[in-house]
Design a protein around this ligand. Structure first.
Ligand SMILES: Nc1ncnc2c1ncn2[C@@H]1O[C@H](COP(=O)(O)OP(=O)(O)OP(=O)(O)O)[C@@H](O)[C@H]1O
Length: 637
């Protein structure tokens, strides 16, 4: 809520003159945000010197990367714009780092806003703009208004802004929806409006992800179930809360951290089979005395488990049935939003074999696994999947291997000849791994095959028609290889029907789920877990070998467990990894109140970390391995 003018003016004066504000004069989150703004080196009367602005190409890439968020947010933004039309305002969308992705609204006000860089491509995290609705909502993870002089930078004082964070169903912050206008046009309904908008986007994101699973719909009125104003929860087949919208969490008094950590028993006081048994009619949720009524509808979804459930639950619930995904592509989705969006795009072209796919990503990110999943999830799954590693074949052999040869085509050739890997892939999928390592001469031949859709074996003979879905992968940036003259530009465009980028493990938000899956794969019959200290170390480590390295660590760890043990601790990590993690861990700051020079180092580390995460305090606290409160304290001190 905007602060009344006098206390705010007093607070600003105290801040400018004494560098602090007495407690109670302004809301605590605002005071904390001003302190963070100062910690970023900003001055109230200054300008955001050096604030990055994305080029058109960078913005286009960012939009592509946030495809899912954009596609669900656009219609909601148009709806919000209709509500605020004629009020000198803009509706804006920013990503989780505060990068403005899209804006819509009043053209005249857009010009004024552009003068303070409130337009797509600009960065509005607190690091660059100080206290502002977008950056501060990101830092706090909650909806809020920043009105007029509450903005840290005086130049933004003409604005009144309301912003609400958007989280994905796994509880990860995706971005912020914001309505900004001239401060004279402040309206106290704007916050509610932008909050509803954020909830609509979350509702859509949830539905896209959990349509096939067990879903619990919640609303204060039975008639509200099934509308965008309801709250949603997703449950796994073994009774865990695996997804939720903010509305769903709030209705049950839960926090984002409960996703993946709360069981059906804890949420509803009953096991999953009993929750599902009464069917899909709306029913009141038993509530404690004094709590407002709540209605729910439980939908069993279309999972592989039988849909018809017994009227009375079985004596022992089938919680040991492993969760089986619908297909290999779905199995790769372990909750990372960016990767899920990549998989969704892949699915759209799954059965369009004329579109070649190019898989990019560092070593060990799962390119090979994805190529195989694309094949086994496609209509060609019964046909051959042929993988060729272009880096592993000597230059002299690659031609014969790929294109085949006639009997006696060269010295040492088999006297029966060979069809070649391309023909072997006929009807199915050809996977050319490390395509960036293919020699230039071979690139020319491959291009001809792709253009003509026929292959001529070495040693002559009639060309043979071939039909295959082409998937290529490279850990190199093929565009750079083209620029360096090592890769043919025409082939690059021919291969690149759709690029799918696999994120490095250090950037994935689903580390815990990946670890759980790897443990299950290693020891399907044991309920193994990783101790929280190890998990914290894992999330700080950079994982140069990505999932391959993580899989190896888990495999070794499981092998070192004694029979009765079920928890991986530091003791089961190899010495090498322990050392690597220790040396890659400048993160944990020394204890609060340490000696002066240490303190300086700590402050520098805190500043760096806050900068790296765009001022997101929760994320910074996680990376630094301290609590959010400790971090707030350090920033304020
Ligand atoms: N999502 C995942 N879930 C489980 N295991 C995975 C996942 N992604 C990768 N792996 C494992 O990591 C290892 C490396 O995966 P993969 O070979 O697909 O990576 P890559 O990107 O092709 O690596 P390279 O660059 O070396 O060719 C494999 O053992 C694979 O099973």
């Amino acid at each position: 809520m905007p602060t009344a003018p006098t206390p705010l003016r007093n607070a600003r004066r105290q801040w400018l003159e004494q560098g602090q504000v007495e407690t109670g004069l302004i809301p605590e989150p605002l005071r904390a945000s001003w302190a963070r703004s100062r910690a970023f080196g900003l001055t109230p009367e200054g300008r955001p010197a050096g604030a990055p602005h994305a080029s058109a190409a960078q913005l286009a890439r960012a939009l592509e990367h946030r495809h899912a968020l954009m596609s669900h947010a656009r219609p909601v933004m148009a709806f919000l714009n209709d509500q605020v039309q004629g009020s000198d305002s803009l509706v804006l969308l920013a990503d989780a780092q505060g990068l403005l992705l899209h804006s819509t609204g009043d053209a005249h006000f857009a010009d004024r806003a552009a003068r303070v860089a409130l337009r797509p491509g600009a960065q509005w995290s607190e690091q660059w703009r100080g206290t502002n609705a977008i950056g501060t909502a990101l830092a706090e993870g909650a909806p809020l208004v920043v009105h007029a002089g509450e903005h840290y930078l005086a130049r933004n004082g003409f604005l009144t802004c309301a912003a609400a964070p958007i989280a994905d169903p796994a509880g990860q912050l995706l971005g912020v929806l914001d309505i900004s206008g001239d401060r004279r046009g402040y309206h106290r309904h704007t916050l509610a409006l932008v909050r509803s908008g954020a909830r609509m986007v979350e509702h859509q994101l949830f539905t896209a992800r959990h349509a096939a699973g067990i879903v619990v719909r919640l609303h204060a009125q039975a008639e509200g179930l099934g509308t965008v104003t309801e709250g949603l929860l997703a449950l796994s087949e073994d009774g865990w809360l695996v997804g939720a919208t903010t509305a769903g969490l709030e209705l049950l008094g839960l926090a984002r951290r409960d996703i993946g950590a709360a069981t059906v028993e804890r949420l509803f006081g009953t096991e999953l089979a009993r929750l599902l048994a009464p069917g899909t009619a709306p029913r009141p949720l038993p509530r404690g005395a004094g709590q407002p009524p709540l209605w729910m509808r439980v939908e069993p979804g279309h999972t592989l488990r039988p849909r018809a459930r017994p009227a009375t639950p079985p004596p022992t619930p089938a919680t040991d049935t492993p969760w089986r995904p619908l297909d290999a592509l779905a199995a790769l989705d372990t909750g990372d939003t960016a990767f899920a969006a990549t998989l969704a795009r892949a699915r759209r072209v799954l059965d369009k074999p004329a579109i070649p796919l190019l898989l990019c990503g560092e070593t060990g990110t799962g390119k090979d696994l994805l190529a195989r999943a694309l094949h086994t999830s496609s209509a060609r799954r019964e046909q051959p999947f042929v993988a060729v590693n272009c880096a592993a074949l000597p230059e002299t052999l690659i031609e014969a291997e790929l294109f085949g040869y006639r009997p006696g085509a060269f010295t040492g050739a088999s006297r029966h000849g060979a069809a070649g890997r391309i023909r072997e892939a006929h009807g199915g999928t050809l996977f050319l791994d490390e395509i960036g390592d293919m020699p230039l001469a071979m690139q020319a031949r491959l291009l001809r095959v792709l253009e003509a859709r026929e292959v001529t074996p070495l040693g002559g003979g009639a060309p043979v028609a071939v039909d295959f879905r082409l998937v290529c992968a490279s850990h190199r940036q093929l565009r750079d290889e083209v620029a360096a003259g090592r890769f043919r530009e025409d082939l690059y465009y021919r291969l690149n029907g759709l690029t799918l980028t696999l994120p490095p493990l250090r950037e994935r938000s689903d580390l815990a789920e990946l670890v759980a899956r790897l443990l299950k794969a290693e020891a399907p019959d044991r309920a193994l877990r990783v101790d929280s200290e190890v998990m914290a170390q894992f999330s700080r480590y950079r994982w140069p070998g990505n999932v391959r390295q993580l899989a190896n660590v888990v495999r070794t760890g499981v092998a070192l467990l004694d029979d009765g043990e079920d928890t991986l601790t530091l003791a089961q990590l190899g010495d090498e990894l322990r050392e690597a993690i220790a040396s890659a861990r400048p993160s944990a700051p020394p204890p609060v109140g340490g000696p002066g020079d240490l303190r300086e180092q700590t402050d520098a580390r805190i500043r760096e970390t806050l900068a790296a995460v765009g001022g997101n305090v929760s994320e910074a606290a996680r990376r630094l391995g301290v609590s959010r409160n400790t971090l707030y304290r350090r920033i304020r001190d």
